[in-house]
Design a protein around this ligand. Structure first.
Ligand code: KG4
Ligand code: ZN
Length: 339
């Protein structure tokens, strides 16, 4: 199995990419839906409809970019979960239908495993074992990664995910969706030291996160200040989130005695987080290029290649809107060698 088409539709990005063993990603396209912006969050029904409109033409375009005919694809990997049920079903149905038509197998991929493995597409790739900080719109977790497919959940968010905290705070400040890049932009004009922000989880032991206290604090601050203070609030908020994430990463490295840290998921695109990690953990931090941080088809094609032993010809469409990462079956050892 050499050439894998990857399809991502778990949320509001339609992603299509082709991974070729030994070569890497040879073509990729991502379409970011804009219909959600005025609602301040993703509207599931709109997401599904947009995937329906975009996915099939994007597959054709990506194949054309790679100069490949459909029959040159050996398998089709798709995000089976976690994510929005309707959105997942669009990608899964198209993937399984196309696979059946071409007489090829389909591979159901776990979205967070896609994020987790994406730094391995970079050079230098991190060696195993490592601690992974996965921070996206729906998840915040620390994972001990012994090898591909061997994941131990070390800690996770007790309430909002890190990306969700950015999105909700952006809404409080009257900014658009997704909130992370908007907050980062506004924060660059602000003074992070002007207002005090709580870092409640730092005083408590353990590796879990919580962002609800920070959110409440920010809401109260916004209520008693004016628009001229928003840049300072954004800067203070961003610093508090970054500090909390970094402190938990350091704790996780210490607890596991691992030396390498991998960060992935949408929030790993945050520049302050990258700068502070590079400063506090020099030489130990790995992350994917910016285009692979937010949702994309490349990470799904790549994870599909790792999971190729699970390729399925039954025509069954498997979506799992809730799917714990640490319940994934182990990988066959032959699969863990990238090629
Ligand atoms: O991984 P992702 O694209 O989708 C999910 O799987 O959820 O992550 C999206 C999340 C959003 O909450 C968005 O606000 C956040 O990632 N994000 C950022 C940045 N870019 C995206 N958060 C902070 N700083 C950024 N530069
Ligand atoms: Zn994601």
């Amino acid at each position: 199995m050499q050439t894998i088409l990857g399809i991502e539709t778990s949320c509001d990005e339609t992603g299509v990419a082709i991974y070729r063993a030994g070569k890497g990603i040879i073509a990729e396209r991502v379409y970011t839906q804009t219909s959600h912006q005025r609602y301040g969050g993703v509207v599931p029904e709109l997401a599904s409809r947009d995937h329906v409109r975009k996915l099939a033409p994007m597959i054709e375009a990506t194949l054309a970019d790679a100069g490949l005919e459909r029959v040159e694809i050996d398998a089709i990997a798709y995000t089976a979960g976690p994510g929005l049920a309707g959105a997942l079903l669009v990608g899964a149905s198209v993937a399984v239908a196309l696979a059946s038509a071409l007489d090829r197998p389909a591979i159901a991929v776990h979205h967070m495993e896609g994020h987790l493995l994406s730094p391995l597409l970079e050079d230098p790739a991190p060696e195993f074992p490592f601690v992974a900080l996965l921070v996206s719109g729906g998840h915040s977790m620390l994972v001990g990664v012994e090898a591909p497919g061997s994941y131990e959940l070390l800690g996770e968010t007790l309430d909002d995910a890190a990306g969700e905290a950015f999105d909700k705070t952006a809404r409080l400040l009257g900014l658009g969706y997704p909130g992370g890049p908007e907050i980062a932009r506004l924060a660059s004009e602000g003074n992070p030291g002007r207002f005090d922000f709580p870092r409640p989880m730092l005083n408590r032991p353990g590796l879990d996160f919580s962002f609800s206290g920070l959110k409440t604090h920010t809401r109260q601050l916004v209520a008693r200040t004016g628009p001229e203070d928003h840049a300072d609030i954004a800067a203070g908020f961003q610093h508090a989130v970054v500090d909390t994430l970094i402190a938990k990463c350091r704790r996780a490295l210490k607890a596991t005695r691992m030396k390498r840290l991998v960060i992935a998921g949408g929030v790993s695109a945050n520049q302050l987080l990258r700068e502070e990690l590079a400063r506090t953990l020099p030489g130990q931090v790995y992350y994917p290029r910016l285009s692979l941080c937010t949702d994309n088809g490349a990470m799904i094609a790549f994870a599909g290649w790792f999971r190729r032993a699970a390729a399925d010809r039954s025509g069954r469409i498997a979506v799992r809107p809730r799917w714990p990462l640490d319940r994934l079956p182990p990988m066959a050892s032959s699969e863990t060698v990238t090629g």
